[in-house]
Design a protein around this ligand. Structure first.
Ligand SMILES: *Cc1c(COP(=O)(O)O)cnc(C)c1O
Length: 382
């Protein structure tokens, strides 16, 4: 790289890759059915179960996060069954689209973008329609920066014959979502967000009762066969050819995560979130998710006269910081600052500075001081 400044990726996936992970992936190829690779999968398995907070196997699948969402819907429900879909953003919509292709009947619980759906509304919808067999929800809705109250929702679904399927793609490794303790029936994530690995690998775990369902559902596609995938997983194998290099990268990333420890990791993520929110407010901008906000990214509502895509482009040009605008229909109305994975306070300070430089108006107050104060306050707190 000949540039005088580093490029900093502050996007909600893919996220920056630590050097240790990049080097692990640069190893010569090994064969996916031989001992060295089985050892790598075994080590990943032990660490993934700790990360997911489950005693069940965590299946590695060769696909992006949407593939794991697809595998969950096809593996847990038969065509014609009814599911409740929490839809308050782009990824909630995606649950609905996947369920529709599977031939499920969807009951939709929506909320305006920027707001969470309450557990009370889930309970009311399930009371009103006892034929509903599943709840499809994001823990963190990456298109809006909202965190849905999935732990409270699980307290409701676990009392009923309703499987809670949680898209944790921008939550796992970012904020706590202990699967067994909360009573989630399916937790899934992708490699390119909190896990600090390139895109292309996803991870999925099922509860005991979800496995009982998965064994009864008629397979509807050849590639995603969860019971067969589990059989292979128990032998430290995958059903088809594993994405070998990504798994070696994942092993290194998981080692790093457990060297830091989950409590410290979550504390850092919470601190970065406090820092981003304080900085954005001090810049004179409005936060898009006012109360139920996620820890992996901060969404900023742009004033009508300042198009987000122009600001994002300017921040990249001037400061080398890559952020993202909104997703349709919020394209120019929102900026999303990613701070999940291998990102620290100094990266985020660079991001806030890039945002300030790219805005056509001067910041309202000393935004970096406010941001750094919030970071230190959060880190000193416990
Ligand atoms: C990124 C993301 C997805 C999509 O994942 P792909 O890897 O692009 O398929 C789905 N849901 C959430 C919550 C995400 O953050």
């Amino acid at each position: 790289m000949s540039d005088i400044q580093a490029t900093r990726l502050l996007t909600p996936g893919p996220t920056p890759i630590p050097d240790r992970v990049r080097l692990a992936m640069a190893q010569p190829m090994i064969h996916h059915r031989k001992a060295a690779f089985k050892e790598a999968l075994a080590e990943c398995q032990e660490l993934l179960q700790r990360l997911f907070g489950t005693s069940q196997p965590v299946l590695p699948l060769s696909c992006s996060g949407t593939g794991a969402m697809t595998a969950a819907v096809h593996g847990l429900f038969d065509a014609g069954e009814r599911v409740l879909v929490v839809e308050a953003g782009k990824f909630g919509e995606r649950w609905g689209q996947i369920a529709a292709v599977r031939g499920l009947e969807c009951v939709t619980l929506s909320a305006p973008w920027g707001r969470a759906v309450s557990a009370r509304r889930v309970a009311e919808a399930l009371d009103a329609d006892p034929s509903i067999r599943g709840l499809l929800v994001q823990i963190s809705e990456t298109s809006t920066g909202v965190m849905h109250p999935v732990q409270e929702m699980a307290a409701i679904t676990r009392e009923r014959d309703v499987l809670l399927v949680a898209d944790g793609i921008s939550a796992v490794g970012i904020s706590p979502a202990p699967m067994d303790a909360w009573g989630l029936d399916c937790l899934l994530t992708g490699s390119q967000k909190g896990l600090m690995v390139p895109p292309g690998l996803s991870l999925l775990a099922l509860s005991a009762r979800a496995w009982a369902r998965a064994e009864r559902v008629r397979p509807s596609c050849f590639y995603f066969n969860l019971p067969q995938e589990r059989e292979n997983c128990l032998k430290n194998q995958t059903l088809f050819t594993s994405p070998v290099s990504l798994v070696l990268g994942l092993r290194e990333a998981l080692r790093m995560i457990f060297e830091i420890g989950l409590p410290a990791l979550y504390r850092k993520q919470r601190g970065l979130t406090a820092m981003a929110r304080a900085g954005v407010r001090a810049l004179g901008l409005e936060l898009f998710a006012p109360d139920h906000y996620t820890w992996g990214l901060t969404s900023v509502r742009m004033p009508a006269d300042i198009p987000a895509s122009a600001v994002v482009a300017e921040a990249a040009r001037q400061c080398g910081v890559v952020m993202t605008a909104g997703q349709a229909p919020m394209k120019d109305a929102m900026i999303r600052i990613g701070h999940m994975g291998w990102v620290d306070w100094a990266d985020l300070a660079a991001g806030l500075h890039a945002l300030a430089r790219a805005l056509p108006r001067a910041p309202q107050s000393p935004y970096l001081e406010s941001a750094l104060d919030a970071w230190h306050a959060a880190m000193d707190h416990d």
